[in-house]
Design a binder for this molecule. Sequence first.
Ligand code: SF4
Length: 177
Amino acid sequence: MPDLIERDAEEQLVPGIFVLKLERPDGTEGDVLFAPTADLILPITPAQAAMLSEHSGNPSVTKLLVEALTHSTIDTPHDDISDLASYSPTSVALMLTTTCQLRCTYCYADAGNTPSKHLAESVALRAIDFIIGNAIATQRPGVIVHFHGAGEPTLRQTLIETVLDYSRAQCATNKLV
Ligand code: SF4
């Protein structure tokens, strides 16, 4: 998609799945199906964009259409929370800030163009406590900590170091990796 450079509009079909309308240098437009958490970015025709838009807000139909377009399976949000009682995650993705020094046209978070929000240190450390507690309770060997985009994580370098130091110390104390 190297010749599609200007984002003109976007439509969220369901949470996490978008159709972006991009403008080429010659002024013509192209549609792109974009699902950042599924590593999916796919140029689509105007007819395909219209079909997706027609079923916007319907997760099950959107899932079927996206799978038909991509010839692969894709996870979409669902309303079934019946299994949450036993949900004990041992990994966490921390979004440290919405601030970014770049303005990538494909940024799903529109980072840098929205009011800045920053993750509090206390919340980040509480999340680490939570996944370590889950690892202990479910007898799993360790935890995983991600620092996610939607803003430039390295702008919070001090918090990254604090979280990693705290995680390593808590893991060592509890014989986790
Ligand atoms: S958060 Fe990532 S994708 Fe978004 S503008 Fe910054 S560098 Fe680009």
